[in-house]
Design a protein around this ligand. Structure first.
Ligand SMILES: [Zn+2]
Length: 59
């Protein structure tokens, strides 16, 4: 499958997540309608190797 992603910031072509730099894990926080906060499990953020623009996350 030729699922190639291009960085929207610098246009760097990324063939797979293996080419991306793995950033630090970031917690996902969502505020519910009643004001409570849900904290999802941490996700691994992938960054463009060229400009460090976050391109996606991996569970
Ligand atoms: Zn980039």
């Amino acid at each position: 499958m030729g699922d190639t992603t291009a960085c929207p910031e610098c246009g760097e072509a990324v063939d797979s997540v293996d080419q991306l730099e793995e950033g630090h894990s970031v917690p996902e926080i969502e505020v519910e309608d009643d004001g409570s906060i849900s904290l999802f499990e941490n996700t691994d953020l992938f960054l463009c190797t060229n400009c460090k623009n976050p391109l996606g996350m991996r569970r």
